[in-house]
Ligand binder design. Structure first.
Ligand SMILES: [Zn+2]
Length: 420
């Protein structure tokens, strides 16, 4: 081989390696922050903050110009102590057969179960039944969506003065889910999620559940910057790194897809732009408190570290650890004029089979920017093989799918290259 050809081979190999390196880097971060060390990146065991510190180091390693931590506080109910339940003497498994509603208090005791007759439902009859001595201090069991449909009656069952029941059992098909979004307050009575199989025909349940309400708990957003040639405008990449934390002492929600995947994606984008100096400043915002109802991003827009008006475009990447050939997106009103460019790029380069645009919703951090007129897009890869594990203990490293990482990365990178 002559020297020119040698050089060409070396350059090609480097080029291939650079592409492969991103996926390797991505996988390494997803695996790390969804490991047991971070206990589901929640609050009771400090996992979210531990992940935030790890990310700050990763951004520095990636070669960004600046990393700052933006502290904020939140109030949140947590379940990191005892988590035990028995149905007619049979021990149930936390995170598999049952979980807790995020605004439930802790509970200890044994209770009769009243099964709501959903086929012949009559709220007056239910309250009359519940006044009978055999149902005093009982747990009322009912299918969740049915309680939602009749929420006026069922919300009475959550309050001390509304009824004499001890609490509620909502049924939800397996795999059982766990949420955090409304955990900023606690209702009077315990509410447990249980699979229909685990509670069907059950006469008595025993519960031993610890809960701890954290008031003004301090967490932080991780803000990194790669300086561009120009500072009058910027691009912003966001992803939330918090997740649901613990359900008892042993069970934790790894959140590999939600949202170690997006978190890792924006770190690799930062590494890319640190190497390929961009025209405009680039900000990488790793938010905490998203699964606790967009708390980190809300704090950021109320206390921005640079003027929001400078944002040329913002990309919120949440749950792309999946393999649906169609990428789901939501676009803010002010971001819509650029949507044809996303479609054009995607059509030409075939990153995804197609982009499916849904209505803007308060389902992730882009929303707080969208309502402040920031041009933005939300990218999510839903309903692939990993989606079934959404908000379950099975959303872990073993189930994460990496197919959507590279197309998401390239779609965003190509957009930044072409957008004027
Ligand atoms: Zn989530």
């Amino acid at each position: 081989m002559n020297n020119m050809r040698k050089l060409l081979v070396v350059l090609l190999a480097l080029g291939l390696q650079a592409g492969a390196q991103d996926l390797t880097h991505y996988k390494k971060i997803v695996k790390e922050i969804s490991s047991a060390k971070y206990q589901g990146r929640g609050y009771a065991k400090g996992g979210a903050n531990k992940a935030g510190k790890f990310l700050a180091k990763e951004y520095k390693k990636a070669g960004v110009d600046e990393v700052t931590l933006q502290p904020f506080t939140l109030d949140i109910q947590t379940f990191a102590g005892k988590m035990e339940m028995w149905a007619d003497g049979k021990k149930l498994t936390a995170g598999v057969d049952f979980s807790m509603r995020e605004y439930s208090p802790g509970v200890k005791g044994e209770f009769p179960v009243y099964h709501v007759d959903t086929l012949n439902f009559d709220a007056d009859k239910m309250f009359a039944d519940l006044a009978k001595p055999e149902y005093e201090n009982c747990m009322v069991a009912c299918e969740f969506w049915f309680t939602y449909k009749h929420r006026e009656a069922f919300s009475r069952l959550q309050t001390k003065d509304g009824c004499t029941n001890a609490g509620l059992i909502y049924t939800w098909p397996a795999p059982i889910k766990f949420f955090k979004a409304y955990g900023h307050r606690v209702v009077d009575k315990p509410i447990v999620w249980v699979t229909p199989e685990a509670i069907e025909g059950v006469k008595r349940v025993k519960l031993n559940v610890d809960a701890k309400f954290l008031k003004d708990y301090e967490c932080f957003n991780v803000i990194s910057k790669v300086e561009g040639e120009r500072h009058d405008s910027c691009y912003v990449f966001t992803a939330h790194y918090d997740h649901l934390g613990n359900l008892g002492k042993k069970v934790f929600y790894a959140g590999a897809n939600d949202n170690a995947s997006g978190t890792a994606t924006i770190v690799t984008l930062a590494a890319y732009y640190a190497k390929h100096r961009p025209k405009y400043d680039m900000y990488f915002l790793a938010f905490s408190g998203e699964d606790a109802n967009l708390r980190g991003s809300t704090y950021f827009v109320e206390h921005p570290t640079f003027p929001l008006e400078r944002i040329k475009y913002l990309f919120n990447i949440d749950m792309i650890g999946d393999n649906n050939p169609t990428e789901y997106c939501e676009v803010s009103d002010t971001g819509m004029k650029a949507f044809p460019l996303f479609e054009k790029i995607n059509g030409e380069k075939r990153h995804f089979k197609e982009l499916h645009r849904g209505d803007l919703a308060a389902n992730s951090d882009h929303y707080v920017f969208a309502v402040r007129n920031v041009p933005c897009i939300f990218l999510e890869n839903e309903k692939g093989d990993a989606f079934q594990y959404y908000h379950t203990i099975f959303d872990n490293w073993e189930h994460v799918v990496t197919d959507s990482y590279e197309p998401t990365f390239r779609l965003v990178r190509d957009f930044v290259e072409q957008y004027k």
